[in-house]
Design a protein around this ligand. Structure first.
Ligand SMILES: Nc1ncnc2c1ncn2[C@@H]1O[C@H](COP(=O)(O)OP(=O)(O)O)[C@@H](O)[C@H]1O
Ligand SMILES: [Mg+2]
Length: 256
């Protein structure tokens, strides 16, 4: 079976600087792969190549075996790719439920055209979006936040809502960029447990960009370590943890 997400020899060059230089990796359905590495290693640029925000200078991006290297971000979203941001980006001036409905609406029987033309299917579509958004909030035990203004949430809750919004897209591939950044240790532990549950219930493929080893070690089936734009090591969390080159790159910051 084709991987849900595959990168083949991806490179991104800025001027004469190779921010990403020959990265290959694959993530299968139900699998969590961690993309780790020190600051400046090229993780976010790689992530942006996957979402379509950053064009690759070379290499191939495949979703479920289909080449999407040149495809726009919204095309990839429609193919089942959902993401969260390193810095939380919720729509201000909207409630939590409305934030989720914007995402869920894409999957209703109507969609944008019916909406714009105010056709009869519009109300039913909104009802469906509200239903899906409410179900996701209930699954994440966030129903009590439905009517709260999204921009007023503390970062810990905002991260959860951002995850909820991504789940409204019914993702086949879920991309998370440093989901634990800004969270305290207790919130981080809760978030890790929640991601494990999402993975087991939804069975989607997850690619997690993270520099906090405490997040990736318990959660990931496979780790890809980047340094200076290249893949430095790749393997199970324990293989990677014991790799001397990885230890050097992290200057001893890898927990034993
Ligand atoms: N748009 C850009 N133009 C030039 N250099 C960039 C750009 N985006 C990122 N870089 C550089 O590419 C390298 C990798 O960045 P990034 O992927 O953000 O690292 P990280 O692994 O910390 O997420 C860094 O040296 C960064 O300064
Ligand atoms: Mg980054």
């Amino acid at each position: 079976m084709a991987a849900a997400l595959e990168l083949r020899d991806v490179g991104v060059r800025f001027g004469s600087f190779d921010a990403v230089d020959g990265v290959s990796l694959s993530v299968h359905a139900g699998e969590v792969v961690g993309l780790i590495g020190p600051n400046g290693a090229g993780k976010t640029v790689t992530f942006n190549v996957v979402t379509g925000l950053q064009p690759a200078t070379r290499g191939t991006v495949l979703l479920d075996g289909r080449d999407v290297t040149g495809a726009a971000a919204h095309v990839r979203t429609a193919m089942g790719l959902a993401r969260t941001f390193q810095v939380v980006q919720l729509f201000a001036g909207m409630s939590v439920l409305e934030n989720l409905m914007v995402a869920a609406h894409r999957f209703t029987s109507a969609g944008v055209v019916v909406d714009a033309l105010r056709l009869p299917g519009r109300r039913r579509a909104l009802d469906q979006a509200r239903e899906r958004a409410s179900a996701v909030l209930a699954f994440l035990e966030l129903s009590h936040l439905a009517d709260v203004e999204a921009s007023s949430l503390p970062v810990g809750q905002a991260r959860l809502v951002e995850l909820a919004r991504a789940l409204c897209l019914k993702p086949k591939v879920l991309l998370l960029d440093e989901p634990a950044s800004g969270l305290d240790p207790a919130e981080t532990a809760d978030f890790v447990a929640l991601l494990a549950e999402v993975r087991s219930v939804l069975g989607c493929a997850m690619l997690l960009v993270e520099h906090d080893m405490g997040v990736v070690m318990p959660l990931c089936d496979h780790l890809v370590v980047m340094n200076f734009g290249k893949v430095l090591a790749s393997g199970t969390p324990s293989e990677v943890r014991d790799d001397p080159a990885v230890r050097t790159a992290y200057l001893g910051a890898v927990p034993a």
